[in-house]
Design a protein around this ligand. Structure first.
Ligand SMILES: NC(=O)c1ccc[n+]([C@@H]2O[C@H](COP(=O)([O-])OP(=O)(O)OC[C@H]3O[C@@H](n4cnc5c(N)ncnc54)[C@H](OP(=O)(O)O)[C@@H]3O)[C@@H](O)[C@H]2O)c1
Length: 274
């Protein structure tokens, strides 16, 4: 059984989800089906991943109420009158009548944030989404979002892994009752090669991936590693029956290099001042 994080809406969000970026076609349906069979109950997707229909195929035989689905609206659909139709399309493609969580995928300076959040709040009122959130938001973005009071922000999904330990952002979110989801929790495999991670893995008789995920979970984050093979899917689930010691946690805390592996060209422009 995967433990859950309680969101500020009262909803339970499983602390391990399946990331689906780059999963497409038959491979996507297969990986999501396999994950559900193994006991995953949380799927992370986005309009931009182009895989909603493939995920819908995998969800056909699942009990919808037991699955937590997150999707994200792309930056070009942030205008107030576009958010609703974009969400309707997501629901149609996923074959569901609600999302557990809908996120703004990236900040976009070109559209006033409160307009997008206001439209997302309407979707929550209509029951099309259970919670609203953001992704790739800095503290400055979050302050603007919170000050606007346009919607309750339940989650901020950001890149977070041992080589990108965003301590200040995490503390800010926790202080505001915003849950944090770590994307690229393995640093797209980059962190798995780090000497400290491997030494701790060996000492605990675990793998480097499990050490990264366990460090994040012990810090109170939700993790969404992408995995496309059964061994990886299984390995990433085996992080709940053991713990890293305080000493191990401190050793991992010290390897931060502020190393982003997801840094598309538009990110810097929209990130603004931290
Ligand atoms: N909000 C955003 O802007 C944003 C941006 C990026 C990502 N995301 C979300 O976060 C998810 C995760 O990020 P990501 O996919 O970029 O990176 P990631 O999860 O850090 O790394 C995925 C890579 O790690 C491999 N892997 C998985 N489990 C492993 C294990 N136990 N041992 C060794 N390798 C393992 C996968 O290989 P196999 O496929 O071969 O299993 C894949 O190559 C995405 O899929 C997406 O849902 C969100």
């Amino acid at each position: 059984m995967i433990p859950a994080e309680t969101l500020n809406t009262g909803q339970k969000m499983p602390v391990l989800g399946l990331g689906t970026w780059l999963l497409s076609g038959q491979k996507c349906t297969q990986a999501v089906s396999q994950a559900l069979e193994l006991g995953y109950t949380h799927i992370d997707t986005a309009q931009a991943y182009g895989n909603h229909r493939e995920i819908a195929c995998a969800l056909e035989n699942a009990d919808r109420k037991k699955i937590f689905i997150t999707s994200k609206i792309w930056m070009t659909d942030f205008k107030a009158d576009v958010v609703g139709p974009a969400c309707n399309q997501i629901l149609k493609d996923l074959g569901t009548d609600y999302l557990d969580l809908l996120l703004m995928h990236w900040p976009n300076k070109k559209v006033p944030m409160h307009k997008t959040l206001g439209a997302m709040n309407e979707l929550a009122k209509q029951g099309k989404t259970r919670a609203a959130g953001v992704s790739n938001f800095t503290i400055a973005h979050l302050r603007e979002a919170l000050d606007s009071k346009a919607a309750k922000i339940s989650v901020n999904q950001v890149e977070f892994h041992p080589l990108l330990y965003q301590r200040e952002l995490l503390e800010f979110c926790k202080g505001k009752g915003i849950s944090v989801t770590a994307y690229c929790p393995l640093g797209r495999q980059g962190d798995l090669r780090h000497r400290t991670i491997n030494a701790i893995a060996e000492k605990n008789e675990r793998t480097a991936a499990q050490v990264c995920l366990r460090w994040l979970v012990q810090k109170g984050l939700v993790v969404i590693p992408k995995a496309s093979s059964e061994p990886h899917l299984k390995e990433n689930m085996q992080i709940f029956d053991w713990e890293l010691s305080e000493e191990d946690i401190e050793a991992i805390d010290s390897i931060n290099r502020n190393k982003r592996v997801c840094n598309p060209p538009f990110a810097e422009f929209n990130r603004g001042s931290e």
